[in-house]
Design a binder for this molecule. Structure first.
Ligand SMILES: [Zn+2]
Ligand SMILES: [Zn+2]
Length: 345
């Protein structure tokens, strides 16, 4: 095992386990430092015991590197594999749907509040077997999450093009997680939104609005032809400091999603698991499409899709109504022209 591989795997498993960023950062940083060294220099430094004199390497990461260079599986990694490398859900729950997924419509990079570069996220998605994923960093008004201004988003589009050249045939699609403003408007220039492959629209503010205005707000958003996916519709938080569901008329909102072909997101983050099952079943009855999204803020969190797959399976959501089971070409045809793939229509 190459030292970089060991460091990346450790970081991935820690993130998958939900570790806080600072616990993971040392391994990601060490991996980046190593990527800038030649093999010779690395071996020379390991042999002379001067690895940890490099900025960004400490005793823990240094030991991982030395053990990997010596041809062993680093002790830290084997302990972590044992503790956190197993399946995230028991008894094959969700496994059938997970195998049917080709991509992920919602993830963040370090351009907004994610912890890793765009390309690292895309490579991790590819490594998990995906054919495509959509980069959806936050919109300007969410300053706490370093939301992207129109100019930064335009700049990001060139980076995505460059990443695609390196990772083809894997496709990194362009996108955004766009704030739904209090009046249901969108927090980005419409011309720019129209250029993106996928627009996920979510509520991140004034979550306690009265049900009537919240319903109007969501209806306005999901009827907007620029919106493809309604993100984490109740905004509930179920771990840490719990947050109750936002209140709205789900019948009306899901009916509008079905009519205007806006997919309802099944958000997989363990702290959200949104919507709750009763609403998921309601959306299913209303005839909506779905998108099972990791909402990953780090590579290891991309693996969280299994949580949403398990819930979708429990609620009887058929694979063809989940847009992540479509090819990138089918997905972008749908978001661009509203045309569903033949096997879905
Ligand atoms: Zn969000
Ligand atoms: Zn998000």
């Amino acid at each position: 095992m190459e030292p970089v591989e060991a460091l990346e795997r450790i970081a991935f498993l820690l993130e998958r386990q939900g570790a806080v960023t600072y616990r993971v950062q040392a391994f990601r940083t060490a991996s980046a430092v190593l990527s800038g060294l030649s093999d010779d220099e690395l071996r020379h430094r390991a042999a002379s015991g001067s690895l940890t004199r490099l900025k960004g390497l400490g005793p823990k990461t240094g030991r991982v590197i030395e053990e990997a260079l010596a041809g062993q599986v680093p002790g830290y990694l084997s302990r972590l594999e044992e503790e956190a490398g197993g399946p995230l859900v028991e008894e094959e729950r969700g496994a059938r749907l997970r195998r049917a997924l080709r991509g992920d419509c919602h993830l963040h990079s370090d351009w907004s509040d994610g912890g890793s570069p765009v390309e690292a996220m895309a490579r991790a998605a590819r490594h998990l077997g995906h054919e495509w994923c959509v980069l959806t960093d936050h919109s300007p008004r969410l300053t706490i999450a370093r939301g992207l201004t129109a100019d930064r988003l335009r700049e990001q589009l060139s980076l995505v093009a460059a990443v695609n050249e390196r990772l083809a045939p894997f496709r990194l699609l362009t996108g955004i997680e766009c704030d739904i403003l209090d009046d249901g408007g969108l927090d980005q220039e419409p011309e720019l939104l129209a250029q993106l492959d996928v627009v996920v629209a979510s509520v991140h503010s004034t979550l306690r609005m009265e049900p009537a205005p919240m319903t109007r707000r969501l209806l306005t958003a999901v009827r907007n032809p620029l919106v493809d996916v309604l993100g984490h519709c109740t905004n509930r938080q179920i771990t840490g400091t719990p947050r109750p569901e936002s209140r709205f008329d789900a019948d009306e909102v899901f009916a509008a999603c079905a009519e205007h072909d806006t997919a309802v997101e099944i958000n997989c983050r363990p702290d959200r698991l949104d919507p709750p099952r009763r609403l998921l079943r309601q959306a299913l009855d209303a005839g909506t499409l779905f998108s099972i999204d990791s909402d990953a803020h780090a590579p290891g969190q991309l693996d969280w899709q299994i949580y949403g797959c398990a819930r979708a399976e429990e609620c009887g959501v058929p694979a063809h109504r989940i847009v992540n089971t479509w090819t990138a070409r089918e997905l972008t045809a749908w978001t661009g022209t509203g045309r569903r793939p033949p096997h879905v229509a």
